[in-house]
Design a protein around this ligand. Structure first.
Ligand code: CU
Length: 145
């Protein structure tokens, strides 16, 4: 019992989550009516947290959008198709990414690190195409809240 209570107690006292805030996102062919999607389209993490994208369905990956899609100084990140991918976020800001094969089919996502939205104006400049355009608009509107 003490094992259960202690982390909760520490969390209340320190204000920090007792458990790692690392996030897992599934890469899927299908979820409900949607095809080719990430199970979470926007996630919020702290600086230093790791996000893992699970290859639950084959044919997907994660590619940071180089042009205006990441905070300044962040290096290229493009994972292998059909493989789990992890990335540790050390630079605060908004990250926009897509699945390389499905970038025009609405397979896009955002990670907000350290609740820093100072690069939102850059994110708004990212050129999304095809089916991703409408979804990007909706998600960016959510980010802007
Ligand atoms: Cu995909």
């Amino acid at each position: 019992m003490i094992k259960l209570i202690l982390p909760v107690f520490l969390s209340l006292v320190t204000g920090f989550p007792a458990l790692a805030a690392d996030v897992s996102i599934d890469m899927l062919n299908k979820q409900g009516k949607e095809r080719n999607i990430y199970s979470e389209k926007i996630v919020y993490v702290d600086v230093g947290d790791t996000v893992t994208w699970k290859s639950k369905s084959k044919g997907h990956n994660v590619e940071f959008i180089r042009k205006n899609g990441v905070p300044k100084g962040v290096k290229k990140f493009k994972s292998r198709i059909s493989k789990d991918a992890s990335y540790k976020f050390t630079v605060p800001g908004i990250y926009a990414y897509w699945c390389s094969p499905h970038k025009t089919l609405g397979m896009i996502g955002f990670v907000v690190v350290g609740n820093d939205k100072s690069n939102l104006s850059d994110i708004k400049k990212v050129k999304f195409a095809g089916k991703s355009k409408k979804l990007a608009k909706k998600l960016i509107a959510e980010l802007a809240k």
